[in-house]
Design a protein around this ligand. Sequence first.
Ligand code: TXA
Ligand code: MG
Length: 351
Amino acid sequence: MKTVLEKITEYDKRESRDIIEAAGKIIREGGLVAFPTETVYGLGADALNPDASKKIYQAKGRPSDNPLIVHICCMEDLERITAYIPEKARKMAKAFWPGPLTMIFEKSKAVPLETTGGLATVAVRMPSHPAALALIRAGGGYVAAPSANRSGRPSPTLAQHVVQDMNGRISMILDGGPVGIGIESTIVDFSEQIPMILRPGFITTDMIQDVIGEVQMDPGLAAPDSQLPPKAPGMKYRHYAPKAQLILVDGVQKKVQEKIRDLVEKEIVSGKTAGIIATDESCKNYPCGIVKSIGTRSDENTIARHLYGILREFDEMDVEIIYSESFLTPKIGQAIMNRMLKAAGHQVIKV
Ligand code: TXA
Ligand code: MG
C-alpha cells in the first residue's frame, strides 16, 4: 500500500481543508489515516466499523484484547456510544474537553466489540488539536485511534516517527508538526464506583480532584511485579521499550549525577557504548557517554514533550545501555515517570 504524506499546518486554508476532507473520506470508507493530536499522533479508523478497527490492530501489530479510544468532536456525539453518562463525567468533560483526557463509560450497542477489545466499556476522548477535530468531523464523528506507533515502540510525537513505523501500512499520514504535550492522555474510568485513574497524564490527580472530589489511582499501576494487573489492558504491556537497556537513577540531583558519571565510566571501560538522558542544566556535568538533554527542569512540559523522541533517537544509535536521571516533577512528573519506569522495565537505582 502506498502511504501519502500530507502537510497540514494552516487549518483555515482551503488546501488543508481539502486534504482533511480527503482523509475523512478514507476513514468513512474503512481505511486508516494517522493524524496529529495535542498528546501524540493517532492512527484513526471508523470506530463504528468492526472491519476498520481490525485493520488498526493489523497495522500496529497490536494484541486484539487491547481496546481502542474512540475520539469525538462534540459533546452531543457522546450519547450515541455510551449507555449512561454519570454527572461527574459531565463535569470532567466541561472542565477538560476538548483536551488530553480520556473517560471510560459503559458502551452502547453502537460500538462494536472489535473496537473495545471485547469489553462492555468504551474509552472516549475529545482532543483539542484543530486538525484532529476537523478530521473526526470529516470522518463521520467517531474515530478509533491508538497512538500511531508499531506495538512496543514509543508513541510518535512527530509525523516522521509515524513514517518510520507505518509507511506502506496505512493510506495517509497528516503532518501537523511536533505535538504539544508529548505523552498520552490521562485515562479516568467512570465505570467504577469511585472514579479511577488508569493512566496518568497531563491532567493530574489534583486537577481531577478539584472538579469531582474523590478519585482513586489504579493499584495495578504501582505494582510492577505483583499479581495485580493494571485495569487498562494496554498498561500491562512493556511499551516504549528502547532497544538499549534503560536504567533510571533516582535521588538528590548531585548524587544522581555522580552515580551516573561513575556507572557510565565503568560501562565505557568495559567496552560498552553508553547513553545518558540529562537536562539542559545537567548536560555539562557529564564528561563521557552520549549525552542528550530531554528538556529543562524549569519547564517540566519540555521533558514530557521530548521523552519519546529521545528514546527513538537512542534506538537509531548503537547504544547498549542508557542511564537516565529521574523526573518526578510536580505536575506531569507522575505521568513522565510512569512511562519511563515502563520503558526501563522498572529498573531503578536509588542513591
Ligand atoms: O493521548 C491519547 O490517548 C492517544 C491519542 C492518539 O489520542 N491515544 C492513545 O491510545 O494513547 P492507545 O491505544 O495507545 O492507548 C489506549 C489505552 C490502552 O492502554 C488501552 O488498554 C486503554 O487505553 N483502554 C482503552 N479502552 C479501554 C477500556 N474500555 N477499559 C480500560 N482501558 C481501556
Ligand atoms: Mg499506545
